[in-house]
Design a protein around this ligand. Structure first.
Ligand SMILES: [Ca+2]
Length: 94
C-alpha cells in the first residue's frame, strides 16, 4: 500500500518586476514523488522559471524530500502562488 500526502505551502507574494522562489517540505520519513505550483493572481506574462524536486532537511543530500518552484514576474502587477508537493512513504530512494 502507498500512503500519499498532498502538501500545499502558504501563499507566496510575487512582487512586480522581480522573481521569487518557494519550497514545501514533505513530512519527516516521506519522500517527494511530484509537485508543482498553483497560481492565484498570476497574469499571462508571469514566467514559471523552474519546478523541481530538491533536498530539504533530511539527513541525506538526495533531492527527495522537498519541492521547489521559482517564478519571474516581469510585469508591473504583483502576483501570488502556492507550491504543492505530493509525498509518499517509499522503501528506498537513490
Ligand atoms: Ca533529501
Amino acid at each position: 500500500m502507498v500512503a500519499l500526502q498532498y502538501i500545499e505551502g502558504p501563499t507566496i507574494l510575487l512582487l512586480a518586476n522581480t522573481g521569487v522562489g518557494s519550497s514545501v517540505d514533505c513530512p519527516a520519513g516521506t519522500s517527494v514523488v511530484s509537485g508543482g505550483a498553483r497560481p492565484f493572481t498570476i497574469g499571462p506574462d508571469v514566467i514559471l522559471d523552474s519546478s523541481f524536486p530538491s533536498d530539504g532537511a533530511d539527513a541525506d543530500t538526495i533531492p527527495d524530500d522537498r519541492w521547489s518552484v521559482f517564478y519571474n514576474n516581469p510585469t508591473a502587477s504583483n502576483s501570488n502562488f502556492r507550491v504543492n508537493a505530493v509525498c509518499a512513504t517509499v522503501n528506498s530512494v537513490s
